[in-house]
Design a protein around this ligand. Structure first.
Ligand code: PHE
Length: 495
């Protein structure tokens, strides 16, 4: 069977940008910029982008494109013992998509509530009370919250129809769902800058607070944001790279994807802070207080601001269509990573059936987040899988390509197919910089989590988070060692 391919280079770029640009750009980036020193945050952000983000993205595109397979089979080709690393990445992708789809389900409920501006009286009560029906704490699971459950089912049906014909259906979808949210963002920007107070928001966004740069937390936040926003370490970009022709350009596509993604983040910062500036003015509250609301930014603060402006239902509708169309490309890119992982091992299986299987399981795995304690579970899964599984995969894939396969060998391939070559700095980034920086981040995080456990969760709940890291890690490490020994026994001279 011939491997599926993107119909054109533009479609590939749209799909890759669609995966990268998601909820991470619209609420996470502005929130972090607000929290960590406004314009000053851009310094560690840019350093993380150049030092880790771009080299790793290039690595993932190159691995997928050269091997013409998804994460599991590609890693196996790099070194026969390393299919386990692919399994780890794909498993983590599954956990992420199972909760990412739930955030989209909330957006869908907000979209429906836009017509009546359900949150206009009390945006916080609407989010926690009406939408989440949140329980007192994680010990009270409180049964299923049916509206979220049904919205989740609808989101999964939509995801299924995006991926069921592979690159063909994905290609058709991204042609609309990638440009559309950017256009909506531009409309919201124009709305924002015609409101009083927007400059206060921009001032806060742009005026750097350089003192923040001595805070190590700012640096950890910048690096993990780059990881998340570029969809690195979960097999997505490898799968997408594998649908390119093996002689397509890699260097230019990497820069285009990364720069478009960061450009859209910066742009959405202007939108979010203009609207926050407006809300701060009419509520007579300082902008930093609003900006520091974290996860509440997209579902409490921003909707509240929307409900205060003229033509509120229309702008609310546009905002939630934007969130949904942004989110869906990221969500199905994770499903694509899982599909590719499975289909490369079982090439005779039917794509539509595998997609149905993955989407059904994704939905079932997401049911826990549709309970009344769902937000707590989501917070724990997000925190552990992103921070640990992502970093671990990042470290190991840099070691695998840099040291075991050979960075220079991969760089030669990249340069053979690319118009503009990448310099030797790429080897240094892959072999030294990335393993060292990511290990340091991992160690900082581990120390923080061991000395002061995350959130105010009971031990049983946090152990679920640790289980998402430790169980697949142990299984995959055991598999890797077993394969390694088997190979060693078979051909000792190669070791
Ligand atoms: N990049 C996406 C965002 O910013 C999230 C994502 C992470 C998607 C990992 C795929 C893989 O929202």
């Amino acid at each position: 069977m011939t491997r599926q391919k993107w119909s054109s280079r533009t479609i590939f770029i749209l799909a890759a940008v669609g995966s990268a640009v998601g909820l991470g750009n619209v609420w996470r980036f502005p929130y972090l910029a607000g929290k960590y020193g406004g314009g000053a945050f851009l310094v560690p952000y840019a350093i993380a982008l150049i030092a880790v983000g771009i080299p790793l993205l290039m690595l993932e595109f190159a691995v997928g494109q050269k091997m013409q397979q998804g994460a599991i089979a590609s890693y196996k080709k790099l070194h026969p013992a390393f299919s386990a690393l692919g399994i780890f990445a794909v498993f983590s992708a599954f956990i992420i998509v199972s909760y990412y789809a739930v955030v989209m389900a909330w957006s869908l409920l907000y979209l429906l509530a836009s017509f009546r501006l359900g949150w206009s009286e009390d945006a916080s009560a609407f989010f926690y009370g009406e939408v989440l029906q949140i329980s007192e704490n994680i010990n009270t699971i409180g049964g299923i919250n049916w509206p979220v459950f049904i919205a989740l089912l609808l989101v999964w049906i939509a995801i299924y129809f995006c991926v069921w014909k592979g690159t063909k259906s994905v290609g058709n979808v991204v042609a609309y769902t990638v440009p559309l949210p950017v256009i909506l963002m531009a409309i919201l920007l124009i709305r924002g800058i015609t409101l009083p107070g927007f400059l206060n928001g921009w001032q806060f966004y742009l005026i750097p607070n350089w003192q923040q740069l001595i805070n190590p937390e700012v640096w950890t936040a910048a690096f993990s944001q780059i990881f998340f926003t570029l969809s690195l370490a979960f097999g997505t970009m490898i799968a997408y790279g594998s649908y390119k022709n093996s002689d397509d350009d890699i260097v230019a596509d990497t820069w285009t994807t990364a720069l478009l993604n960061s450009g859209i983040s910066l742009f959405s910062g202007f939108v979010v802070f203009a609207v926050l500036g407006y809300l701060a003015t009419i509520k007579d509250t300082p902008v930093p207080e609003l900006a520091a609301s974290g996860p509440g930014l997209a579902f409490i603060i921003f909707p509240e601001a929307l409900s205060q402006m003229p033509l509120a239902p229309i702008f609310s509708l546009l905002f939630f269509i934007m969130l949904l169309t942004l989110g869906i490309d990221s969500a199905f890119s994770l499903v694509e990573a899982i599909n590719a992982g499975i289909l490369d091992l079982r090439s005779d299986w039917d794509l539509a059936k595998v997609s149905l299987f993955v989407c059904s399981f994704g939905f079932i795995a997401g049911i826990i987040y549709t309970t009344k304690a769902g937000l707590y579970f989501l917070d724990i899964a997000d925190r552990f899988v992103l921070n640990y599984n992502g970093l671990l995969t990042g470290i190991f894939q840099a070691i695998l390509v840099g040291w075991i396969y050979g960075a220079e060998k991969m760089r030669r391939y990249i340069n053979e197919v690319s118009d503009r070559p990448v310099g030797k700095w790429w080897n240094i980034a892959i072999k030294y910089l990335i393993p060292i920086v990511l290990t340091a981040l991992l160690a900082t995080q581990l120390t923080r989590d061991l000395t002061s456990p995350y959130g105010q969760y009971p031990a049983w709940a946090l152990s679920l988070g640790w289980a998402c890291v430790i169980v697949p890690l142990t299984i995959c490490a055991a598999l890797l060692l077993k394969n390694w020994q088997k190979l060693r026994r078979r051909s000792p001279q190669t070791f």
